[in-house]
Ligand binder design. Structure first.
Ligand code: ADP
Ligand code: MG
Length: 620
């Protein structure tokens, strides 16, 4: 029954393959990371399934990955003894892209190699990255627990189709053999492969083995050569990175681990690694990416946090661990309390999970607060002042000063002055919060509605443009600090665009009086602000709703003049009201306009024009 079948790739795969080989050419070594990561995933899956069925280990309980190369045949093989693939699984998983949003992703590709390479990297081409270096890939596999004669061979040249055939295979698991293109022959070298593995896969928690080599003198004047010794040696550290002590992990290792779990080419903005002890014990390693993935707006897309229980991988995208408005966070949570056979349903109900979720949410918010604080310090340092978190300003330390310590008054933590000087000088942290906010600010706002318990902290993290600042950099606190004497509310306006907001007639009187107005142009603003009525005791007031009461900002003369005008125009108003009775609920004289003759406003407590338009667009 050695029947071999040829099947076409799903159209998107064929298209992707073409792109992969062209666009990712400059970063070709990532193929090894992708294939080793698949091998490691396959071992994780076996370990997980074996929790309830130890027989799956057959006679090989030690999970491992072996990387080998054959100089003469010009091949590299990555072999694992993980879960393996059945024939149908090989067809399904290696012939299609199961990921949601594939089509959407394809339509975003521009044809420009550099930007496309970044996009593809984010999307994670995974297995297909093998074709960057290979003009033919063959895969042999047998699923754990399946009989020896149910092995499968899959082979393709990475063009339109692939072949599958039944084979006999004694070992469980998968071996992927790459037939290298001529330009990739540099990888037929132990040292080269070892260095790529060290760079990308050191943190993989199972051993990656390679066969050792030794120098053999040539005989009869022949040149000597390296020959294989038959001994397989581990070439990675093989300890889960998050389980190591912080001080033993380098910045490069943290960044590489991030790239590995996120498929992002770019380093993360920041991360936080902690062991949390107490009634619920867990380790968290959480990253804030520098760039939004293209499916950020898909709320069904679950968070990027992987769940481990005592270093055993349990599941990807464990949505119960992170609220939806923090779905951009990537990382790992490893619990020592949850049972190994925990299911998604069980996760929803677990008290430990609830504690982990709360702890992780707080951790992410404090990472963001930290970035925001450093950004502020960098700006203020330029003006000779720094803020150490207490709200008071103290003179900035001289960058050369290295003996005294700076105490963060809020936490009483001591920051070595030398480190503080680097931070306060801006360094690489300057601009990070702005970068974060440009990518994820709008998602963060969803938290106002989703996470009432933290809404005050979230509100502090928000930034807006305003009538006096074109950049999205004004916080509610900044605004409050600049409020006029007698001003009792934080004024804002929502619109589709910044230009639309700035030129709104409703802003005229505020401009005239020199009152700052926050300009909100994100689609979620309107919805999110429904949940935020005040900031730190000062009410938020839309300038487009109701009769704007400028309170003490309006002087007596102005009020009297307005009343007099209203009296004079009463007959006109009555006529207008009659004429517009089906269209407007009221017509009144206003003090909010300076140059424009009239404007539409929404009833206090009514739906804003912006929100009404949004709902109309959505067909409601
Ligand atoms: P991803 O790893 O993101 O799912 P890949 O393109 O890397 O995407 O792999 C596609 C799928 O092929 C995997 O989800 C898995 O089902 C299967 N696969 C790839 N490599 C292996 C392997 N070594 N063992 C078992 N299954 C594998
Ligand atoms: Mg993969």
């Amino acid at each position: 029954n050695n029947s071999s079948t040829t099947l076409p790739f799903q159209a998107e795969v064929a298209q992707l393959l073409h792109l992969v080989t062209h666009a990712l050419y400059s970063n070709k070594e990532i193929f090894l990371r992708e294939l080793i990561s698949n091998a490691s995933d396959a071992c994780d899956k076996l370990r997980f399934e074996a929790i309830n069925n130890a027989a799956l280990y057959e006679d090989a309980p030690n999970l491992e990955v072996r990387v080998s190369f054959d100089k003469a045949a010009k091949t590299i093989t990555i072999a694992d003894n993980g879960i393996g693939l059945s024939k149908q699984e090989a067809i399904d998983n290696l012939g299609t892209i199961a990921k949601s949003g594939t089509k959407d992703f394809m339509s975003k590709l521009s044809g420009d190699q550099k930007t496309d390479a970044q996009l593809i990297g984010q999307f994670g081409v995974g297995f297909y990255s093998g074709f960057i270096v290979a003009d033919r890939i063959s895969v042999e596999s047998r699923r754990a627990g399946a009989p020896v004669n149910e092995g499968v061979r899959w082979a393709s040249t990475g063009t339109g189709d692939f072949e599958v055939a039944d084979i006999e295979r004694a070992q469980r698991g998968t071996s992927v053999t790459l037939h290298l293109r001529e330009e990739a022959e540099e990888y037929l070298n132990l040292w080269k492969l070892k260095s790529v593995i060290a760079k990308y896969s050191d943190h993989i928690s199972l051993p990656i083995l390679m066969e050792a080599e030794e120098w053999k003198e040539g005989e009869n004047d022949q040149p000597g050569d390296m020959v294989k010794t038959g001994e397989w040696e581990p070439v990675n550290k093989a300890s889960a990175l998050w389980a190591r002590a912080k001080k033993d992990v380098t910045k490069e290792e943290y960044e590489e681990f991030y790239k590995n779990i996120s498929h992002d080419f770019e380093a993360p903005l920041t991360w936080s690694h902690n062991r949390v002890e107490g009634s619920t014990e867990y380790t968290q390693l959480l990253y804030i990416p520098a760039k939004a993935p293209m499916d950020l707006w898909n709320r069904d897309k679950t968070a990027g946090v992987k769940l481990y229980v005592k270093r055993v991988f349990i599941m990807d995208d464990a949505e119960a661990l992170m609220p939806s408005y923090l779905r951009f966070v990537k990382g790992v949570i490893d619990s020592s309390d949850l049972p190994l056979n925990v299911s998604r349903e069980l996760l929803q109900e677990s008290r430990d999970v609830k504690a982990i979720r709360e702890g992780s949410t707080k951790r992410v918010l404090s990472m963001l607060e930290d970035l925001a604080k450093k950004e502020k310090s960098a700006v203020e340092n330029a003006a000779g002042k720094i803020d150490v978190g207490s709200g008071e300003s103290v003179p900035a330390p001289e960058p050369t000063e290295g003996v005294t310590d700076v105490v963060d008054k809020k936490t009483d933590a001591t920051v070595p002055a030398a480190e503080a000087a680097v931070e306060f000088a801006g360094g690489e942290d300057a601009g990070k919060y702005a970068k974060f906010y440009a990518e994820f600010g709008a998602v963060l706002k969803e938290g106002l509605g989703e996470d009432m318990a933290n809404s005050a902290r979230i509100a502090k993290l928000l930034r807006f443009a305003s009538s006096t600042s074109d950049t999205v950099s004004v916080s509610f606190a900044d605004y409050k600090a600049r409020m006029k004497d007698g001003q009792e509310a934080i004024y804002y306006i929502t619109a589709d665009t910044l230009a639309g907001a700035k030129n709104s007639p409703q802003l005229e009187v505020f401009k005239k009086k020199g009152i700052e107005v926050l300009l909100m142009t994100d689609r979620v603003d309107e919805w999110a602000l429904n949940y935020l009525h005040d900031f730190d005791g000062t009410p938020l007031q839309s300038v487009a709703k109701g009769a704007v009461d400028l309170g003490k900002l309006q002087d007596e003369d102005e009020k009297k003049a307005a009343e007099a005008t209203a009296e004079t125009f009463k007959p006109v108003l009555d006529k207008l009201k009659e004429a517009l009775k089906d269209k407007a609920s009221d017509v009144r004289v206003t003090t909010r306009l300076v140059d424009s003759p009239a404007c539409l406003v929404v009833q206090d407590g009514g739906m804003s024009t912006q929100l009404a338009r949004m709902l109309k667009q959505a067909g409601q």
